[in-house]
Design a protein around this ligand. Sequence first.
Ligand SMILES: Nc1ncnc2c1ncn2[C@@H]1O[C@H](COP(=O)(O)OP(=O)(O)OP(=O)(O)O)[C@@H](O)[C@H]1O
Ligand SMILES: Nc1nc2c(ncn2[C@@H]2O[C@H](COP(=O)(O)O)[C@@H](O)[C@H]2O)c(=O)[nH]1
Length: 204
Amino acid sequence: MKEKGILIVLSGPSGVGKGTVRKAVFSRPDATFAYSISMTTRKPREGEVDGVDYFFKSREEFERLIKEGKLLEYAEYVGHYYGTPIDYVKETLASGKDVFLEIEVQGAKQVREKFPDGLFIFLMPPSLDELKKRIVGRGTESIELIHNRMEAAKKEIELTSMYDYIVENDDVERAVDKINAIVQAEHCRSERVIDKYIKMLEVE
Ligand SMILES: Nc1ncnc2c1ncn2[C@@H]1O[C@H](COP(=O)(O)OP(=O)(O)OP(=O)(O)O)[C@@H](O)[C@H]1O
Ligand SMILES: Nc1nc2c(ncn2[C@@H]2O[C@H](COP(=O)(O)O)[C@@H](O)[C@H]2O)c(=O)[nH]1
């Protein structure tokens, strides 16, 4: 039987710290996951590099990729498309490596439908007040957008039952420790490990 990696999906409301926690996951020297670089139609921010932070696309190109079935999931988020290239995910999982997606909740729902065996982790804010503080503190949103995101966050938090784990992001390094522990536990539990031992017995 073919070795298969785990598809890890980190999601949660806007401003909870998904991007911050994902960067901290990958900055650990022992990180073994492959990061799936998303496509987006938003413009690069200062310092962002095409093919490293995102694959930056025009709306026309993105819509063509949707039609051609090249995306595992996609969502329109604050006026821009975001999506996960499907080939990279499939090929990397088939090679036995775990793949890490950091995506918003609409996209996570689509992935759950296509990859029910994925490992879905919802990043939870310590409180709604703290979530608001983080969105305001980031300084990227107008008052109106902050209000919209807070209303959306309340609805998103109600949908946590589709996730396998909830990790509170009270402290970034603590959240990373919990995510790594969850993935390790999944490796021990999963049939991937059982397959490995069956293979070992077949060889003897
Ligand atoms: N554990 C934490 N404690 C305090 N501040 C945090 C923590 N995690 C993240 N932040 C801060 O919260 C703000 C939002 O974080 P970030 O941009 O990573 O969120 P996000 O969930 O990726 O948001 P979006 O979905 O809108 O892109 C940032 O200013 C970040 O520095
Ligand atoms: N559904 C998807 N959401 C994605 C993807 N890549 C990133 N994201 C999410 O978009 C927002 C905004 O990101 P930003 O870089 O503009 O701040 C954030 O919540 C990301 O998690 C994707 O491929 N699909």
